[in-house]
Every structure is written in C-alpha cells, then in structure tokens.
Write a protein that binds this ligand. Structure first.
Ligand code: F6P
Length: 317
C-alpha cells in the first residue's frame, strides 16, 4: 500500500515488494488508495507481470490518499475486517510520518504485522538517511532553479523560490548548496529578516547581480510570498520575483538513486515480515539496511546536517 503524498520511486518499491514476496512463494495483494482503500476493501491481486514497466514511472500505481476515517478507531476496525476477509497476514506500507503513525496504531490494536518503507520527498523521517523520492525531487529543484538563475542574472533580479518541505528544510538546504543559492530559509534555522538584510547588503556591495533565495514552505517566515513582501518594503531598489515550485517536485521519473534504494528497501521490508517483524520501518543508515520501531521514527525528530548549513553559509558569502 502507498499512503500520504506520493513520491517518485514508490512504484519501484511496489515492484520490489511484489517480486520479493512472489520469489518467496507468498501471494501479494495491492491495497488501492491508501488507508481509505483498505477501509473500502479496494484490493487487487498482484502478479509479477503487473509490476513490469513501472520502475521508471513517477507516482504510484496503487494510488495514494490521506484518510480521515482511518484516524478514528472505528475506521481502523473496519479496515481490519476487510483485511481479514481478504486473507491478508501482513502489510507493507510505503509513506511518511503520518502514514507510520496510523500504521503503528493499527499494528498494535490488531496485533497485525506491519512494516513501513520511507517514501516522501521531504526526507524528514528519523531512522533513515534517505527517503524514497527525495533525490528525484532534489534533481527536479536543481534543474528548475538553474533555469530561473539564467533569467535572474539577465535581469539582475532577486528571486525567492519556494520548495516543498512541510516541516523540514532538507530539500531547501541540499538544493541550495547544489544551486549556489545566496541564502536558504528553513524551519530548522531561525534566520530573521535583519540577518537576511545584512546578507543582501553584502551581496549588493560586491555587486552580486542576481540573488536566489530558497525558502522551505514550512519556514516560519510563512513562505516565499510573505518574505518577498517584507523584503520589498525594506529594499525598494530590488527587482523581486517569486516562484513556487509546487507539485512539479513530486512527479517525474525517479532517479537511479531512488530506484535503487526503493529496490533495496522493498526487498528488506518483505524479508522483515517473513522474519516475523512487526511495527517497524526499514531504513538506510550509512548504506546499511536498518530496522527502526515505528515508535522511534515517529517520536524522534530528524535534524538537518548542521555541517551542510555551515557549508551553505561559507559558500554564499
Ligand atoms: O509530505 C510531502 C509533501 O509534498 C510536502 O512537502 C507538502 O507540504 C505536502 O506533501 C503537500 O501535500 P498535498 O499534495 O496533499 O497538497
């Protein structure tokens, strides 16, 4: 099952889960439309050929959804009845933080083995260095920002570019370094407008002609439009434009990196179920597969790499 915001590479993970289970002689049923589909009994038996020709496709062939009903105990009970009726003995769920919160409750209440695979472009899950979709989204951002840089330079403009990241700045930080952004604004770092002003003034002095500032959507400034308004009021001299990259970051063919980690984690998830694991997420730490209890991945906050923040600051002087 895939749940929450889709991410490029989810299909590669579905393929890996399906083929690994079949390899071990286990039948596979795809649950359509996330938890809502589970409640409604939307199941489809999956055979090997049904996951052919999907490794390179973005989105998720099982579709995804966010379900209000599954947050309630009755919703989860209804889902469990459907699962029993279908003869499902264990579940692999691909998603993010919210998905795993539901998975943990469900697994505990019903004593049902559930294994999670981290899939979100935000990369904000504790217990894994990378989530499926993050690398592809990064590459999409870099391509888009490079293009914006061309026009920013031609017109000597200051651009505020908003990238996704509900509560996290992983995408903004890493793409900021990759694109040579002049500054980044992320929820993990408290940067007030005064320090941004100093930075822009310094850029101005050394005649920096174009400026790109990457803003994580979850930053406390309230997003790119808000911060652009504030800066406009203070710096009349700047020719400011705003671009919100939006859902373009969620689509597209997964990068080779995402396809490979999706394959690794898909295999690991099925092997974990066969090994009687329940209520865990499979992750990748220092290139090794790890098993992290849902409890831990939900409770702990994954911080951005502070050294990368320093590097961004040093290189944008
Ligand atoms: O969690 C992934 C994510 O893409 C976030 O970065 C973003 O805030 C959110 O999903 C958008 O969700 P939706 O597609 O439901 O608007």
């Amino acid at each position: 099952m895939t749940s929450g915001g889709d991410a490029p590479g989810m299909n590669a993970a579905i393929r890996a889960v399906t083929r690994t289970a079949l390899f071990h002689g286990v039948e596979v049923v795809g649950i359509l439309n996330g938890y809502q589909g589970m409640i409604n009994g939307h199941f489809r038996k999956l055979k090997s050929h049904m996951v052919s020709d999907i490794i390179q496709r973005g989105g998720t062939m099982l579709k995804s959804a966010r379900s209000e009903m599954f947050m309630k105990e009755e919703g989860r009970q209804q889902a469990y009845e459907m699962i029993v009726e279908e003869g499902i003995d264990g579940i692999v769920v691909i998603g993010g933080d919210g998905t795993f919160k539901g998975a943990r409750k469900f697994s505990l209440e019903q004593n049902l083995p559930v294994v999670g695979i981290p899939g979100t472009i935000d990369n904000d899950l504790y217990g894994t260095d990378y989530t499926i979709g993050y690398d592809t989204a990064l590459n999409t951002i870099v391509e888009a920002v490079d293009k914006i840089r061309d026009t920013a330079s031609s017109h000597n403009r200051l651009f505020f570019i908003e990238v996704m990241g509900k509560d996290a700045g992983f995408l903004a930080l890493r793409s900021g370094i990759a694109c040579g952004a002049e500054a980044i604004l992320i929820p993990e770092i408290n940067r007030d407008t005064a320090s941004l002003r100093e930075h822009l003034e310094a850029d101005n002095k050394r005649r920096k002609l174009s400026n790109i500032i990457l803003v994580a959507e979850g930053d406390e400034t309230g997003g790119a439009f808000n911060i652009a308004e504030q800066v406009k009021e203070e710096f009349e001299g700047y020719d400011i434009r705003v671009t919100v990259l939006g859902h373009i970051q969620r689509g597209g063919s997964p990068s080779a990196f995402d396809r490979v980690i999706a394959s690794q984690l898909g295999v690991a998830a099925v092997e974990a179920l066969l090994d009687d694991q329940k209520s865990i997420m499979v992750g990748l730490m220092n290139r090794e597969v790890v098993h992290i209890p849902f409890n831990r991945t939900i409770k702990h906050h994954k911080d951005v790499n502070r050294r990368l923040v320093d590097i961004q600051d040093i290189l944008s002087i």
